[in-house]
Design a protein around this ligand. Structure first.
Ligand code: ATP
Length: 452
């Protein structure tokens, strides 16, 4: 298994992920996605939309604002409720969440709603915290604040969204009205979220700026467990169909006692990251907590009139939520291999599913002087349909290796025969096998491999 250091170095050297603000000494825990990384991210998002929206009969897409009326965060509990109880260990200058320390010490305890004093007392009594080397527990809100307009006053204070979900809840009525959808239906959203995390780290696993892909699936009360199980399996299939090895994922059901007050079931899909199994994707059955809260705070009627029973009720919600960057890290570590070849040679291979590969195909002129013009023409033609790259430097073997290392599933070589009969060799990344194809058949041939 690849280590975190190896994958960080690999990502930097190949152009997947660079340190943020690098030429100024960096900005802690920020990352920039290079030419390959940005294509990988785009492909992950497209693959999610493909299965969760385009091919799914229930779901539609939304793109709501990052900046929302602050009343949204009062209703959701992010202002007032969800501030984190923090404490710092003066010996190692590390900050910790007191509630997490308590759960780690005794997973059967749910410290939601405990005062900082009660947490402090518990942690000292159970010798998790010493009395002298820890700071008092303080509440800290993870939302980034800013001001709208030029006057820096309380009234203008707004927040960067810490999740995309609330934008969906506040548009529930608009979407239901305009799509005329009946329950059950879902709303999908992909977008940036910001959290002033206390302990960011592990490369792109936990950062303060990240992208979420969330689905809020609205259903009739009483049917939520059926849909919870449906989406749980759907998420796992999505991962496996895109090449995640089954032994690298695990479901972890939250124990009843550890559930948030509004949830009647929560499961995490854990992925085997280089440091061990950790949360990749969460799914929560959230009852009618969110719509109910928004109905109360906004005064708007957010009930649904069931056309079959003529009943009015607030729908229940099942929410699968995943971070794009965690998927990037999972797909990279899942796919990266150093392969021993026959002649004692090794090659780096990124065995990404072709649907996710940054470039689907590399076009390579066998001899630059003779075949470049035809190869460039072919590149342009293929670029109408796929992300394509072109490489004419060094010998063909080295060029194949470079494409293997960045996950390009196909290399197409333009040679003398191409000039004569419009055929090319197409080489497969994983098997290194080659075959000869008509140029006119290339598009359909490659497209077949993109399906999942
Ligand atoms: P964690 O316990 O790891 O902080 P969470 O339970 O707070 O995560 P959720 O609020 O459920 O996470 O967010 C849903 C998903 O968003 C997570 O499963 C993860 O994939 C992603 N995510 C959350 N916080 C971050 C972050 N700081 N950086 C990157 N991805 C994140």
């Amino acid at each position: 298994m690849v280590t975190l250091e190896q994958i960080t170095l690999y990502a930097k050297q190949t152009g997947f992920i660079f340190q943020g603000s690098e030429i100024y000494g960096g900005l802690a825990n920020t990352w920039d996605y290079g030419p390959l990384g940005s294509l990988l991210k785009k492909n992950i998002k497209e693959a999610w939309i493909q299965k969760f929206v385009r091919e799914n009969p229930y779901n539609v897409l939304l793109d709501s604002s990052i900046l929302l009326n602050s009343k949204v965060w009062e209703a959701s509990g992010h202002i007032g409720g969800f501030s984190d109880p923090l404490t710092e260990n003066k010996d190692n200058n590390q900050r910790y969440r007191a509630d997490k320390l308590i759960i780690e010490h005794d997973p059967s305890i749910n410290p939601d709603g405990w005062t900082p004093e009660k947490m402090h007392e518990y942690l000292v009594k159970n010798k998790v915290m010493g009395t002298t080397n820890w700071t008092p527990i303080r509440s800290f809100n993870m939302m980034f604040q800013t001001h709208q307009g030029v006057v820096l006053e309380q009234a203008n204070q707004i927040f960067l969204r810490p999740e995309t979900a609330q934008g969906i809840f506040i548009n529930f009525k608009n979407i239901q009205r305009t799509t005329r959808k009946k329950l059950p239906f879902g709303v999908c959203q992909v977008g940036k979220a910001f959290r002033n995390e206390i302990t960011p780290g592990n490369f792109v696993f936990r950062t303060r700026e990240f992208e979420q892909m969330e689905l809020e699936f609205f259903c009739k009360p009483g049917t939520e467990m059926e849909w919870f199980n449906y989406w749980k399996q759907f998420m796992k299939s999505w991962l496996l169909n895109l090449g995640i090895h089954e032994e690298n994922v695990e479901f972890e059901d939250h124990k009843k006692e550890a559930l948030s007050h509004y949830s009647n079931a929560t499961t995490d899909i854990l992925y085997k990251f280089p440091w061990g199994f950790d949360e990749l994707w969460g799914i929560a059955s959230r009852t009618n907590f969110d719509l109910n809260a928004h109905q109360k705070h906004s005064g708007e009627d957010l009930t649904y009139l069931d056309p079959e029973t003529n009943e009015r009720y607030i729908p229940y919600v099942v929410e699968p939520s995943v971070g794009v960057e965690r998927l990037v890290l999972a797909f990279l570590t899942n796919s990266y291999k150093e392969e021993k070849l026959e002649n004692d040679d090794t090659r780096q291979v990124l065995a990404l599913h072709p649907a996710l590969a940054p470039y689907k195909v590399a076009v390579l002129p066998l001899m630059k002087k003779v075949h470049a013009e035809k190869a460039l023409q072919l590149e342009l033609e293929l670029a109408k349909h796929f992300d394509v790259t072109y490489d004419e430097t060094q010998n063909i073997g080295k060029r194949y290796r470079r494409q293997d290392a960045i996950g390009t599933p196909f290399c197409v070589t333009v040679d003398q025969e191409t000039m004569e009969n419009d055929t090319v060799t197409i080489r497969h990344r994983d098997t290194m096998a080659q075959e000869r194809l008509q140029i006119k058949d290339l598009k359909a041939y490659i497209e077949k491999y993109l399906e999942f």
